[in-house]
Structure formats: C-alpha cells, structure tokens
Design a protein around this ligand. Sequence first.
Ligand SMILES: [Zn+2]
Ligand SMILES: [Zn+2]
Length: 373
Amino acid sequence: MLRLYNTLKRRVEEFKPRDEEEGRVTIYVCGLTPYDYTHVGHARTYIAYDILRRYLEFRGYKVFHVQNFTDIDDKIIARAKEEGKDPFEVAEFYSEAYLEDMDRLGVLRAHLYPKVTEHIPQIIEAVQALIDKGHAYVLDGDVYFDVTSFPGYGKLSGKNPEELLAGARVEPKPGKRHPLDFALWKGAKEGEPSWESPWGRGRPGWHIECSVMSVSYLGMGFDIHGGAIELSFPHHENEIAQSEAWTGKSPFVRYWVHTGLVTIGGEKMSKSLGNIVTVREALERHEPDALRMLFLRAHYRQPIDFTWEALEEAGRALRRLRIALEVASKESEGPPREGDIPLEGLAEAVRNTRRRFIEAMDEDLGTPEALGA
Ligand SMILES: [Zn+2]
Ligand SMILES: [Zn+2]
C-alpha cells in the first residue's frame, strides 16, 4: 500500500484514490509560466511527479495527468516587451522549449496541457459564480476574492489569515476588504492582451485558472495536486478557497503533494543573482539521467542544493549503477559456472531486491532507499 505525505494533513497517509474500484488516479500539476527556458528547479519538480506517476502505473493504477501552461502573465508580457514580440508568441515558444527539455529528461508527457487563454469563458463563469455567492467583489475593473468569506482560508498552511499576513507579499490596491484578498480578474492595462468580460476588458488573475482547469477536467475531489512547495501559499491556498467556495463542495483535492526547494550553491535561484542554471546548460555538460540521478538521491520533499560537483558525482553514481547492471546481466548468461550462486538463491536475491524497492517506494516514494535496494 502506497503512503504519501499530504501537506494539508501534515502527515504521511495511506493513498486511497477517489476511484479505487476502477484503479484510476487523477493528478493535476501546476505547470509553467512560459517566459524563459526551464531551469534545474523545474526539472526537479517535474521529474518528481514523473516518478510518482510511473510508480503509480507500476502499482497497477491508470493515471490521468493534467498540467497547465500559464500562457498569459505579467512576466510573459514583460518578456515580450523586452524582445519586441507578441506575448502569445513568447508563451508558445517557451512552452515548446519546455516540452523539448522534458522529453530529453525522459519525463512522460501529461495527457492534457490546458492553457489559460483557451479557457477564458469558463474562468469568467467561475468568477461570476463567486460574485453571485458573495465570495468575490468588483473593485474598479478588477474582481477580488474575499478571503474572510471563506472560513477554511489558511487550512493548507495551517495558519489563520492574520498569521498568513505576517510576512506575506500582498497585492496592493486601495479599497480591498482584506489585505490578503487576491485578484480573480484584472482590468486591462494599455498595450496588454485583454478579453471582454462583465466587468470590462481584462484578463484572469493567476490563481483562478488552476481551479477552473483542474475542476473542469478532473472534477472536485480529485486525487493528487502537485507543485513546488513555494506554490503552497498563496497559490494553492487560494485554489482551495476558490474551488470550494465556487462549487460548494469539499474537498477540492484529496492529497496535496509538494516538492522541496532547489537552491544553487546555497543561494535562492534568481534572475537578479544571475545564478539560474537552465536544463539546456546542464545537458550540454551531462547526460539527462545524471540530472535524474541527482534528484533521486534526495527525497522529493527535501531541499536540494544544486552544484556542478553534485551533478558530476551523480553522473559517477549512475555509471557505477550501469556497470553493476552490466556485470549482473553478463553473469546470468551462458551455462552455469563453478562458484555461481545456485539458481534458487539468485531468484531469491532478485525477489528480495524487488521487495526492498517496493517497500522503500511505498513509504512516500523513498527513492534514496529504493536506489540502495
Ligand atoms: Zn495548482
Ligand atoms: Zn497552479
């Protein structure tokens, strides 16, 4: 029986999918905002969900995996201005680059990659429903979610709104009812893409897209919602509030699974520090499985510090593993030799290895222990 750490419950739980009889598992992973090449932090996250999905399939489940592209966003618009391009062109280009990078890393493609710009009518409908139910309000062309209207606000973080507010970066806007209220819809600005809505031209806020797209494709109470731990607040907290307030149903998600932070040489990865390592840069120097090995040697929830030395060492560990496998397969060929482990013993050794692997993976995807098996 697989056990998974659920951020919402703050403990490891037995994994029981919504549709257990059919053996189906539904997963939504927060995807990329395509305004630049993917970096090693993205690679860590998407490789972790790739492992989760492959392991669920190994355990006999049929997995349905949905992952969005946030294809309209401030960062995309800024990048487009910088490059003198159309924002849609920028988003398209980096979405394709993402898929190429993930293909090279051997990450299985999601079954569906919904894009925000293809779901504007559904998003408008959800925002209107939230207004009608008294969970959202219009403020000169913008629409805000009223966090005090949703009693469960903060449950993913295990904090109340006042505690969340301490240290939070809030969206400044005079007239908001609570500082944590967040935009569901943003009124259009000059020179930016916008769509017609009941509140004037504008575009969706960041959080509502994931509620609308996950609920439309997977339904309320789907199994696993993934993303990097940095997304748990405010993004995922807001997703829960929106989805449960909008549909009047709970839970939105059964298991919240988050991957740990990736730093580079002990520092936070950031454009201003100029320390971002892209997947392409890493793959110029190392083979894709070295990167995968680097991540699997740590548990998926642990923070990882990326260094070139660590990647080098992971590459060496990968080569050692390959040599061991090659020796094992050579040894098992040909007629029996003197000094061989009797066949009976070999079969038992294989069974034991398989059992240790499953035990390790069943316990919240213990990849470091599974590699040791
Ligand atoms: Zn999400
Ligand atoms: Zn998201």
